[in-house]
Design a binder for this molecule. Structure first.
Ligand code: NAP
Length: 285
């Protein structure tokens, strides 16, 4: 029930119709009996500045930010958290004494999802596919987790090089150091001993569910302990199926989506997030 007292948060993106965040957050508000509502806010890129001003004017209590606004929103905010500045992307806005602060909960969301898998990567080699916004958050998380080294594979090597250079330069400001990163061509084999393979490209996402970012006829490197695909639609991607067929545990992106949302929920409301309610809502249960 939306009343005169209801506090509003929303999702700035373009498009937003596919997002599962409204169902996740509204289920959480209902479970805790909070007089809050989460609304999708489709905002075309040229309207972003006006939309952020509108959120302030209309007394919103915060927001999430998604594609394509995660970087573009930065100039319109009063403050950016050190980690959001390092990765150059904001996915959560919170309001403290009227000041709009940009945060990045994708980084800690990925770390919490990783912890739930039970895969330990401290001191291990990790392979990362992709060099976009999600890959930047994962790279910062891998630095926090103190991975030993990273094998980075991206379609355009120039974008991968830029990401590594920018994060390598920016991370020390947040007290972190990028582990050694080796850029690999997509055709090059991964060395043995890589513990974890992470897909941060959209390859395999619905409706292209037959696609795989890992060539289906190429064996996984010996010793691979797990695969994480950041995609959550479909819930079991072709990559995950290939890994499981090789006896390697595979996890989808719902864990990261859940935990970035739970962190935002607590920033806005000051309450611990009802994780299992949110997880069930994301799964459509
Ligand atoms: P993005 O910024 O557009 O980056 C996409 C990356 O994938 C780029 O490195 C791009 O390579 C590569 N790529 C795209 N199409 C490709 C293709 N056909 N073949 C090979 N490489 C391709 O996207 P993003 O925001 O990082 O999102 C990436 C994926 O992560 C999406 O599936 C998104 O849904 C998912 N994601 C999940 C969560 C979660 O919470 N689970 C959070 C964020 C993102 P180039 O540099 O060569 O263009």
């Amino acid at each position: 029930m939306i009343r005169g007292t209801t506090r509003l948060v929303g999702l700035l993106g373009w498009p937003v119709a596919h997002s599962r965040s409204p169902q996740m957050h509204n289920a959480a508000f209902a479970a805790l009996g909070l007089d809050w509502a989460y609304v999708p806010l489709p905002v075309a890129p040229p309207d972003l500045e006006a939309a952020v001003r509108g959120l302030r004017a209309m007394g919103f209590a915060g927001a999430n930010v998604t594609v394509p606004h995660k970087t573009a929103v930065i100039p319109y905010l009063d403050e950016i958290s050190p980690l959001a500045r390092v990765v150059g992307a904001v996915n959560t806005l919170r309001v403290v004494e009227g000041r709009w602060i940009g945060e990045n909960t994708d980084i800690e969301g990925f770390r919490r999802a990783l912890a739930e898998t039970g895969l330990a990567i401290r001191g291990q080699a990790v392979a990362l596919l992709g060099a976009g916004g999600a890959a930047r958050a994962v790279l910062a998380a891998l630095a926090q987790e103190e991975a030993k080294e990273i094998f980075l594979i991206n379609r355009s090597p120039e974008r991968a090089r830029r990401m590594v250079a920018e994060l390598g330069e920016a991370l020390p400001a947040a007290g972190l150091h990028l582990p050694p990163v080796h850029l690999l061509h997509p055709e090059e084999p991964l060395p043995e001993g890589v513990a974890l393979l992470i897909n941060a490209t959209p390859v395999g996402m619905a409706p292209e569910t037959e696609a795989s970012p890992w060539p289906p006829d190429r064996p996984f490197p010996w010793g691979l302990q797990g695969v994480i695909d950041l995609i959550y639609e479909p819930p079991r991607t072709r990559l995950m199926a290939l890994a499981e067929r090789a006896g390697i545990p595979a996890f989808n992106g719902l864990g990261m989506l859940l935990h970035q949302g739970a962190l935002a929920f607590t920033m806005w409301t000051g309450q611990p997030a009802p994780l299992e309610v949110m997880r069930a809502a994301l799964r459509g249960e």
